[in-house]
Design a protein around this ligand. Structure first.
Ligand code: GUN
Length: 285
């Protein structure tokens, strides 16, 4: 049997529709959510992501500003721009597309963004809030995964949840969100012994590795929910995830790549921007 395809494109469209409706209400109160996106250098993948973020802003009725800076921009110049955006009333959220060129410290950039405008939820203050379960901003990719699980009625409560990958952007916050929802969470990484055996325990398996086809059918329990966060290119240049397509025949639910987690990530960024605008204007949910 083939798994149910968890359609992130369709769910994204639905959530963006509800964000737009809420934006219209906010605008009637004189508040327009605004997102400032900064990109340094000319990484082609980053350019596509940034374009998609601008498009999403338009769809949600937001104001947006884009700063495309040359690769030679100094850290001081970048931090200067962030300092201006931190105090700009038109800007509710600030996002600096990662990676930045090697002469700029990612940590310094993240720390410079006002935690109240940190719609990526990368700032140590927001990371700490996620850890204790009292947060304003949800980390975008893990939040998108949670919305997909909810949409398809997959409840992590009491389930074996295995997250493969321990990045600050996905693996670690993903594990926290599953834990907050009462999952029994295991985080795996490159040094995990018997990775296949641990993955086979999973009722919910989240792959965030960055290697095409890394999760093969022998690593998946029959009837599991498999979430593919990967965004890789195969030998033919085609976009593909971390999960081998043959897993479709073993899983009960699975996210496609493209069209699964990817669109949800940007939609969650929009949700955070809306939330930031409300928080900055003292508007309750
Ligand atoms: N680069 C890859 N993913 C992301 C993301 O979610 N946010 C930012 N700022 N940069 C990224």
């Amino acid at each position: 049997m083939s798994a149910v395809r968890m359609d992130g494109k369709a769910l994204s469209a639905k959530v963006r529709g509800s964000i737009l409706a809420e934006t219209e209400k906010l605008k009637a109160q004189g508040v327009t959510p605004g997102l400032a996106v900064i990109i340094v250098g000319d990484d082609p993948a980053s350019q596509i992501y940034v374009r998609n973020k601008e498009k999403a802003c338009e769809e949600c009725g937001f104001y947006s500003e884009k700063y495309a800076l040359p690769a030679e921009t100094t850290q001081e110049e970048l931090l200067g721009l962030i300092a201006q955006l931190n105090v700009s009333p038109a800007v509710s959220g600030i996002l600096c597309q990662m990676p930045v060129p090697p002469h700029i410290s990612e940590e310094a950039v993240i720390a410079a963004i006002d935690a109240k405008k940190d719609v990526d939820a990368f700032h140590p203050v927001n990371v700490g809030k996620i850890m204790i379960g009292d947060f304003d901003f949800l980390p975008c990719t893990p939040a998108g995964v949670m919305e997909l699980l909810d949409e398809y009625g997959v409840d992590p409560k009491g389930k074996e949840c295995v997250v493969v990958g321990r990045s600050n952007i996905v693996g670690k916050p993903m594990s926290m969100l599953l834990l907050h929802r009462h999952g029994t969470v295991t985080i795996c990484h490159s040094r995990t012994h018997d990775l296949a055996g641990v993955c086979r325990r999973a009722d919910i398996l989240v792959a965030a590795v960055g290697k095409a086809g890394f999760i093969t059918p022998d690593m998946v329990k029959e009837g599991a929910t498999v979430i593919d966060v990967g965004m890789n290119r195969n030998a033919e240049g085609k976009v593909c995830g971390d999960v081998d397509a043959a897993v479709m025949d073993k899983a009960a639910y699975m996210t496609p790549v493209p069209g699964g987690v990817g669109p949800m990530t940007i939609t969650m960024l929009m949700k955070n921007t809306l939330k930031a605008a409300k928080l900055q204007h003292g508007i309750q949910d």
